[in-house]
Design a protein around this ligand. Structure first.
Ligand code: FES
Length: 157
């Protein structure tokens, strides 16, 4: 059964106190819970947050399902999120995403067999001026080519 650590629970309570509307604390709380649940959110996590935050599960679920930064299933040690929105697409982002999948031998949102990588296509990450780009865990990598992206990934330990 999912339960936040004391520190995680404290952080969620701090977020609840920060805002006038409890709903405003949903996104930061999902981040905290995702981090403590090995990088993804389950219905059990939603239920737990609903109790802690005194909000309906449906309210938390709709935020969770809308944003791609919340994972609905386990992801690899390195979650490779390739932007395929318009600026990145114009600069080859879609081909780059497809190249990365091909090189790693996976489909989108599928984990490599060694558990190191999951590749996802995501919407604009707000770095359009440096397209094409990808985010690996919390770090942005910009002005990429399919080759430079793969070299970066190969070097990740
Ligand atoms: S379109 Fe890729 S970062 Fe905005």
């Amino acid at each position: 059964m999912f339960k936040l650590s004391d520190k995680g629970l404290e952080e969620v309570k701090k977020e609840l106190n920060r805002y006038e509307a409890r709903e405003s604390a949903i996104i930061p709380s999902l981040y905290i819970a995702q981090k403590e649940n090995n990088g993804f959110i389950t219905p059990e996590v939603i239920k737990y947050l609903s109790n802690v935050m005194d909000l309906p599960e449906s309210r938390i679920n709709e935020v969770f399902k809308f944003y791609t930064m919340f994972n609905q299933k386990p992801v690899g040690k390195f979650h490779v999120q390739v932007c395929t929105n318009i600026s990145c697409a114009l600069e080859g982002g879609r081909e780059m995403a497809s190249h990365i999948c091909h090189e790693l031998g996976v489909q989108y949102d599928q984990m490599t067999t060694d558990g190191r990588f999951t590749v996802s296509r995501v919407e604009c990450l707000g770095s359009c001026g440096t397209a094409p780009m990808m985010q690996v865990n919390d770090t942005y990598y910009e002005n990429l080519t399919p080759e430079t992206a793969m070299n970066l990934l190969r070097g990740m330990k």
